[in-house]
Ligand binder design. Structure first.
Ligand code: SAM
Length: 263
């Protein structure tokens, strides 16, 4: 082990600066896709946008700068502070709050909501997932949409086993590696490990994280949706974020972006 390396166990979500550097650079394709969905699927002009589990607000800040009125919630207070500090720095209200995406109510309903990159799978039970979708349905105006991106559990073929990202800004470099430690099919829980290597000129911080993601086969996801009839599928896409290429979910499909519409 190098002399200057320090290893800690912790959650990447407690390090919003590192999280945002790693995942923040990927905003453009998602941002363009969100706007394209607003145009294509929302039966009302989109002005007000809400993100449950907004984290650092890497997408909220871009939407605010594009003229939308944005808000969000997240369980992690450090991420919410980071999000609000940046909104404020750019002249927008501190509109993110610490809150549970399975138990919230908006003072003013949104025209659209979104939740990409598997955050929804943090909800550990069917009851929490139903409660979340009910909160979202209540938070949307009629005709509004919810854009929900997750990895489904394939019932045929291989599944994604790991992913790696690297990001640099100035003297800060971060490498991350996330891998599946296995799926408990009975409990519908995927266990994931994650290692973050954070380098500055004088320090190498290694963060060892682990998390659980609830699993959904396509049938399980459809069964969940039937419990929240106020939300109907308006479109299905994938993580290619191509508005002109909707997909059909097959037994080996993994990455899916559902566009749900409030009836
Ligand atoms: C993968 S990050 C995504 C953050 C942000 N949506 C983005 O796209 O960068 C998942 C986020 O979900 C949050 N989270 C997990 N469970 C939550 C819950 N029950 N309610 C609200 N936020 C939650 C975590 O704190 C974390 O910030």
């Amino acid at each position: 082990m190098s002399e200057y390396r320090q290893t800690v166990r912790g959650s990447i979500y407690d390090y919003p600066r590192y999280y945002d550097l790693l995942f923040g650079s990927d905003w453009k394709a998602e941002f363009d896709f969100l706007e394209a969905c607003f145009q294509r699927y929302c039966s009302r002009p989109v002005r007000r946008v809400f993100e449950p589990a907004c984290g650092t607000g890497r997408l909220l800040i871009r939407l605010a700068r594009a003229g939308y009125e944005v808000s969000g919630n997240d369980l992690n207070a450090a991420a919410v502070d980071y999000c609000n500090d940046r909104l404020e720095r750019f002249g927008y209200p501190r509109s993110a709050v610490v809150g549970d995406m399975a138990d919230f109510r908006l003072a003013r309903k949104a025209d659209a909501a979104f939740n990409t990159i598997n955050s929804f799978r943090h909800l550990p039970t069917e009851a929490a997932a139903v409660a979340h979708l009910q909160c979202v349905a209540r938070a949307l105006r009629a005709g509004g949409i919810y854009i929900l991106g997750i990895h489904l559990e394939p019932t045929e073929g291989d599944r994604i086993q790991d992913e790696a990202w690297t990001a640099r800004r100035g003297h800060l470099t971060i490498h991350s590696y996330m891998w599946s430690r296995g799926v408990d099919r009975r409990r519908r829980m995927e266990h994931l490990g994650m290692i973050l290597d954070v380098y500055t000129p004088t320090r190498h911080l290694q963060i060892e994280d682990e998390m659980g993601y609830r699993t959904y086969t396509r049938a399980q996801f459809r069964s969940l949706l039937r419990k929240v009839p106020e939300l109907k599928i308006a479109g299905i896409h994938d993580f290619a974020y191509d508005i002109d290429t909707p997909i059909t979910i097959g037994p080996s499909t993994e990455d899916v972006v559902f566009v749900l519409q409030k009836t």
